[in-house]
Design a protein around this ligand. Sequence first.
Ligand code: 2AM
Length: 224
Amino acid sequence: AQPKEPALPLFYGWFLISEVEEKIKCSTMEFLKTLDTLEAFKKHISEFTGDADKEVDLEQYFQTKAPLHCTTEFCDYGKAEGGKEYAEQQVVKDSCGTGTELSVVGLIVTPRTFGARVSLTPEQLLLWPTGADKLGIPPADLPGVEALPVGSRAHVTLGCAAGVEAVQTGIDLLEILILQQGEEKAVTVEELELGTLSYMGQGRWYLALREPVTCDATFSSFSE
Ligand code: 2AM
């Protein structure tokens, strides 16, 4: 009989260590509270509620998914393309269980997702699968994605609106980055203590953090 192949995990990624996870949850919730009270945000509230007169409690609106992490490869237990090749790489095997520092440089808020943008170091990019920035996105739906630097999709999903899958966060982030690179400039810009807030239309908000937030994380696989 053939030896049984080891099962592939659901995904690989960097997982924030628990102290950092708590800290990030608190500080990002504070940001949502601030955003919620801004006149500029209230002006576009209907993009979240479907009704300009309705209020939204963003802290309730987004459901947090634990554990907080930055996905590198989504294997889906072997069902996703490329998972096996990724798992077999020496750098992936060697990195499991090792620590690193993730640099969070921005926050995104859309009617679908709430996420933290991560800027990867050259060393971290070794664990970033080729093509991951496009994976799971029909290219026709996101023109301009090819022009973004490798690793642009790297993020931590902080929360999703009801009925939205976490995979959406990376797509929303890419969409915002494409808009930033294009002709279209941000509609509203507001200087907050945390950084510069831009409105990108259609309920999409981007906060460029004044100071990147460094998060201790561990590379590992995850299965449910
Ligand atoms: P996320 O990385 O945006 O949070 C389990 O579902 C994890 O795998 C989630 O963290 C999720 O999104 C990520 N994920 C799910 N489907 C994916 C896909 N097709 N491509 C990349 N990541 C995916």
